[in-house]
Design a protein around this ligand. Structure first.
Ligand code: NAD
Length: 366
């Protein structure tokens, strides 16, 4: 097994280093190879996704990704900006299914903006279609409005579209994921207004016939946004399109307290995936040993589970993270009264110690 390691920019290098230390103490055999991506790759090779990085990602069984971007690149032409590397990887690896679990650890319920009783024990999975929808639909652009009340005025437009195979494949992924959990799936759409999402709803309903053991319900996106903050624990698995998923998964992220805790996986039809924290490169705290590495460490656990067939090792990492939180260690983003603040590296040390069975008061609480 080969893992491509793409740390990227900002805190990307710091958090990926901790995830690699964690992977290193598991008794597993895999090869890793690092490459530059994002702003770091632009500086070295003049492109955020150089050919050599793309080839490495294509040849590997999985990709562990940190984060890319820095405000200093905002004036570059769009094709050369660091974030284009993510779009390029998604496209070339065919990563159409984005898994974002939102888990509220018992020890962090106070860090959520919602009342503790609403989020305690929260464990939901949002599955977002990642390669279609209005983000990629053609035509798009700016023009002179051809008709209507504002004919002749300057206008901009995008195209929302989904094909049957695109909806079918994400629906299968979602039903299969729901089957492995509590067998409940909510498909989020806007079928009352949008033709594209009436089509989505019809096809998800058709695919449901192949998964009679999974209970399916449909919800409009505006209601889903409301229910996520009213009674989030009523959900188990949510499947939705690219744009609705983009918005709802960030909303769900905040239920858990900090974006520094949230892993993600983007998978293709062969089960190959790119694993990354849900946050960005956080230039404001980069290089200061302040970043929370847990989202990246938990992304590595997802990689072991979904792409490298090592579910037991994934469970070990997740339970080590729980032990570390239970021991009272916190990076600044999740710190609260009565807990001990640590930096990126010390948080990594603690997870490594927990995995090695050395989680004692001495090693963890200092
Ligand atoms: P961000 O996620 O980088 O940061 C938002 C806030 O969350 C900041 O205050 C940051 O300090 C904090 N934060 C993020 N991750 C954290 C962690 N692990 N521990 C503690 N605090 C953390 O989003 P932004 O500031 O809007 O964007 C910064 C750069 O990242 C931009 O260039 C943006 O384009 C890029 N970005 C990249 C990705 C990616 O690589 N997948 C995703 C989002 C944004």
């Amino acid at each position: 097994m080969k893992i491509a390691i793409l740390p990227g920019d900002g805190i990307g290098t710091e958090i990926v280093a901790q995830a690699l230390r964690v992977l290193g103490v598991l008794d597993l055999h895999f090869e890793t190879e690092q490459a530059l991506v994002g702003g770091a790759a632009y500086e070295a090779h003049g492109h955020p996704l150089p050919e050599s990085t793309l080839r490495l990602a294509q040849a590997a069984d999985a990709v562990l990704f940190g984060a890319v971007g820095d405000w200093k690149y905002d004036t570059l032409e769009r094709a050369l900006r660091p974030e284009q590397a993510i779009l390029g990887l998604r496209k070339s690896l065919g990563l159409f299914a984005n898994f974002r679990p939102a888990i509220c650890y018992e020890q962090l319920t106070h860090a959520s903006s919602l009342k503790p009783e609403l989020v305690a024990g929260l464990d939901i999975l949002i599955i977002r279609e990642l390669t279609g929808d209005i983000y990629f639909g053609q035509p798009r652009g700016r023009r002179e409005s051809p008709d209507g009340a504002f004919a002749g005025a300057e206008e901009a437009f995008d195209t929302m579209r989904y094909s049957r195979p695109e909806i079918e494949r994400i629906a299968h992924v979602a039903f299969q994921a729901a089957r492995k959990r509590s067998k409940r799936l909510t498909s989020v759409d806007k079928a009352n207004v949008l033709e594209t999402f009436q089509f989505w709803k019809d096809i998800v309903t058709e695919v449901h016939a192949q998964y009679p053991d999974v209970a399916l319900d449909h919800m409009y996106v505006d209601n889903a946004a409301m229910q996520l903050v009213r009674a989030p624990k009523k959900f188990d698995v949510i499947v939705t399109g690219n744009m609705f998923g983009d918005i709802l998964s960030d909303e769900a992220a905040m239920l858990t307290g900090s974006i520094g805790m949230l892993p993600s996986a983007s998978l293709n039809a062969a089960g190959k995936g790119l694993y990354e924290p849900s946050h960005g490169s956080a230039p404001d705290i980069a290089g200061k040993d302040l970043a929370n590495p847990l989202a990246t460490i938990l992304s590595a656990a997802m990689m072991l589970r979904y792409s490298l067939s090592q579910p037991a090792a994934a469970d070990r990492i997740e339970s080590a993270v729980q032990q570390v939180l239970a021991s009272g260690l916190r990076t600044p983003d999740i710190w609260s009264e009565g807990t001990r603040q640590v930096g990126t590296r010390e948080m990594g040390d603690a997870v490594v110690a927990a995995l090695s069975g050395n989680i004692t008061k001495k090693t963890i609480k200092g």
